[in-house]
Structure formats: C-alpha cells, structure tokens
Design a protein. Structure first.
Length: 183
C-alpha cells in the first residue's frame, strides 16, 4: 500500500514537500483550486527525489491539450519521471462561466483530450507527425522550434477523476480511496 499527502501552494512549498518525503509519504498531490497544481508541483519536484507527484486534479476542459501536454512534459522532466497527471472535467457552470470554454459531451471530450495529449507526446518522444483530428480538438502543427524533443523519462501517467460508467477508459490503471491510500 502507498500512502499519499496533499500539498498546498505556498512560497515555501519546497520545504513542505521535503518534509513530506522525509516523513515517508509515497506521493504528494496538489489540487487545482486557487492555484495551478502543476506550478505547485514544480516547487515540490525541486526539493524531492523519490516521492511521486500527482495532480488531483488539473481541470482539463479549462485549457488546451497542448498547454497541458507542455506543462506536464516539463514537470515530468523536472521530476525525473515522477509525475502522475490527474485530470478532471470540472462541472458545466465552471467551464462555461469561469473558464469561458465550451461544454459538451464530457465523457467523449475527456477521451479525446487524453488521446490528444498522447498524440502530442508521441510527436515529441517518437518523432511521429502531429496529426490529431477529433470532434473537439485538432492538433496538426508542430514545428521544430516548438518541439521540446524526447523526454528521457517518457510521457507521464494519466489518471482520470471518474464521474460515471460512461467515463472513458483511456487513463493508466489506478485506484484510490478518499484517505489517499493507493494499492
């Protein structure tokens, strides 16, 4: 069993993360509430060496798959392969009124979002052409100037916040309970 802890954004996130790692936690999780969890985990990555770093969650529909792919790729590199990219949809009022983004078919949109992330990472890591065309997202241009090249740690694992039976099965296997224990 793995035991995880939550971490909040602060000017001293590195010290907090170092303390959690030294206390023996297996994972540190940051949520997208008042701050970006990927930025919080950059601070944690710089101060730790073995603890896994997870987002619980990044609001997927509030940002482009390319932005998420770029930030996650950078954090995967900075953390030396320790990122667990947790994605969630948020709810319709937040997506439309807070993020000013479209809302429709959340299960299909999330499935396509993850497939777009993987297509982008494949482009960078395997030199595959970027030719993703879906109902919601289209990524067809990646010039050498904007291609970060292969990540020696590969793409991060993608985990989804489950909201029902129709939720897509495109994430990496993972189970959790509310107490932050993983098996």
């Amino acid at each position: 069993m793995k035991v995880d802890a939550d971490i909040a954004f602060s000017s001293d996130v590195a010290t907090a993360a170092r303390s959690l790692e030294s206390e023996g936690y297996d994972g540190i999780w940051a949520a997208e509430t008042g701050h970006d969890p990927l930025v919080t985990l950059v601070g944690a990555a710089s101060a730790t060496s073995s603890v896994e770093l997870g987002t619980g969650i990044v609001v997927a529909f509030g940002r482009s798959p390319l932005i998420t792919a770029t930030m996650a790729n950078d954090l995967q590199l900075l953390s030396r392969g320790r990122l667990l990219l947790g994605l969630g949809s948020q709810i319709k009022p937040h997506i439309e009124k807070r993020y000013s983004m479209p809302w429709s078919k959340p299960a299909a949109r999330m499935r396509e979002y993850v497939l777009a992330l993987r297509a982008i990472w494949d482009c960078w890591n395997d030199d595959a052409p970027l030719a993703f065309r879906g109902e919601f997202y289209r990524h067809t241009l990646m010039t050498p100037f904007f291609n970060p090249g292969p990540n020696p740690f590969g793409a991060p694992k993608v985990l989804l916040a489950a909201v029902g039976e129709a939720w897509p099965s495109v994430s990496d296997p993972w189970r959790t309970s509310k107490s932050h224990c993983r098996v």
